[in-house]
Design a protein around this ligand. Structure first.
Ligand code: CMC
Length: 465
């Protein structure tokens, strides 16, 4: 292991040790949960707070302690010892891969990085002017076009088959007869079978692999075009994180950059029934397909209360300007009851474990950073201190995953408009894993609304209103 990547592991282990010291609960023994006996009773608040929509073995969040677990593994262990490829395999398949399984999985991900048709179609749109999440969402729909049987050319009869089925339509000079005809028919059928095999089912595991590998390619292409450059071919020699960074920036990342991006992807991969996961699951529950499902996850993630917060954080830090402006800014925000981006969480009422890792990574070797990044980081540290002092303690508001991720990405030269798409690159693992799991015992989502409107209103004709 590269000397500096070992230092990154040490940072994670230190954060893990601190988290475990502060959040360990001797009384609470974590045991595997039981399946739910439906129907169940639970108290539900607005925004479905407290509602239980399904049972799941994919991941666990304890918001009061600040614990995050994927398939039984502590997030700190996964960050310290694993890779995004292993973690996405784990989320989808339920167990960590063996070396052979990982090799086969990696091979598929590398193969599926290439999205020639999707990118060609996407570049027909004004991607450089579009909202990056909007373009990403469209890209996933174009992937559906490329990879599913539903709308594809192979859904139509191949010309060769049509000719061979109709002797009269075969021009004399190409007409196969006798044995030649038999071989011709045989080859045509073989070709048609091969073509159909290449086209995947839109809701199975293979579609999940395509999306895991394809969403980074689309994100990177969008990023390049927005900077006025051409999209870059994937590099099959590079890991998932390194290839993604390479395709975004045009430079092969250093081992430290690769490791930090890998950790950022691990940290964002899954997080319970958050809004975008739920959105994906709702769409999948109608037996629509996984491309549409991931497209709606992307749409839900884009909002500033969800994944869009990471971009807002950076704008806020720039707006504040410097650490000495923070106190005034927080006072004004507090008076106006303004929500500070990157703080608070529906579930966490303790320090978000993901921020425990990203915070020190944002500050790693800060002395080598350009002045503007140092200022951003110092402003962020001061903002964390002031928010906690002003209302964080009382309302249990801590930095969330989005607070430090923007600084981490800025240090890699990534534009803020791409922060939320990077979140999506990672979260595809959680979306697809949970959708696949839910589809095993699918039931269409259909909650109710409590009607609080009027009844028996008298209809007034248009001209009398
Ligand atoms: N800044 C200031 N006050 C806050 C904040 C914040 N960021 N977040 C919550 N509060 C206050 C809120 O005003 C309310 O106070 P009061 O009880 O006096 O009315 C109290 O804390 C409870 O907040 P809430 O709005 O009821 O919490 P919620 O569960 O509805 O919303 C949230 C959760 C994440 C939408 C919210 O904390 C927020 O808007 N945060 C800023 C945006 C953000 O960083 N989002 C990323 C979330 S983490 C990544 C992800 O999952 O996408």
């Amino acid at each position: 292991m590269h000397e500096n990547t070992q230092k990154i592991t040490d940072i994670i282990l230190k954060a893990a040790e601190k988290a475990r010291r502060e959040t360990r609960d001797e009384d609470q023994k974590l045991r595997a949960g039981k399946s739910i006996d439906w129907p169940i009773e639970c108290t539900i608040g607005p925004g479905l707070e407290g509602a239980i929509a399904c049972d799941s073995k994919v991941g666990y969040v304890d918001g009061s302690k600040g614990w995050l677990v994927y398939r039984g593994y502590d997030i700190f262990d996964l960050c310290a010892y694993s890779s995004y490829e292993e973690v996405s395999y784990l989320l989808l398949h339920g167990s960590l891969p063996t070396p052979d399984q990982l090799e086969a999985f990696n091979k598929k991900l590398v193969e599926y990085r290439y999205l020639n048709k999707t990118l060609r179609l996407l570049m027909g749109f004004p991607v450089e002017e579009m909202n990056a999440m909007g373009a990403l969402r469209m890209g996933t729909i174009l992937m559906r076009q490329e990879f599913t049987y539903r709308d594809q050319e192979a859904g139509r009869p191949a010309i060769g088959d049509a000719i061979s089925a109709d002797e009269d339509s075969i021009p004399m000079e190409t007409a196969p007869t006798g044995e030649a005809k038999a071989i011709y028919e045989f080859n045509a059928a073989k070709k048609a079978r091969k073509r159909k095999k290449m086209l995947g089912d839109a809701s199975g595991l293979e579609a999940c692999y395509h999306l895991l590998a394809g969403v980074p390619t689309i994100t990177a292409a969008i990023s390049r075009v927005r900077q006025g450059h051409m999209a870059i071919e994937p590099d099959p020699q590079l890991s998932h994180a390194a290839n993604f960074l390479y395709m975004m920036t045009g430079k092969r990342p250093t081992p430290v950059q690769e490791r930090i991006m890998d950790i950022a992807l691990i940290l964002h991969a899954d997080h319970g029934m958050n809004a975008s996961t739920f959105a994906s699951m709702v769409v999948a529950s109608t037996l629509s397909d996984i491309y549409f499902s991931v497209g709606s996850g992307i749409a839900a993630l884009s909002g500033p209360l969800h994944g869009g917060a990471n971009e807002q954080v950076l704008h806020t830090l720039k707006e504040i300007g410097s650490p000495d402006q923070v106190a005034d800014w927080v006072q004004t925000a507090s008076k106006k009851k303004k929500k500070v981006p990157g703080f608070g969480h529906r579930v966490y009422k303790a320090y978000d474990p993901r921020a425990r890792v990203l915070g020190p990574l944002a500050g790693y070797r800060m002395r080598y950073c350009p002045e503007d990044i140092v200022k951003l980081y110092k402003t962020a540290k001061e903002l964390e201190r002031q928010v906690f002092r002003t209302f964080g303690h009382e309302k249990k508001i801590f930095p969330n995953v989005d607070f430090y991720s923007g600084i981490v990405y800025s240090r890699m030269g990534i534009d803020p408009s791409m922060f939320t798409p990077i979140f999506a690159v990672s979260r595809v693992a959680g979306w697809t894993a949970r959708v696949l799991e839910y589809l095993q015992k699918n039931r269409i989502f259909r909650p109710r609304a409590m009607y609080s409107g009027e009844f028996e209103r008298e209809y007034v004709p248009l001209e009398q209103r």
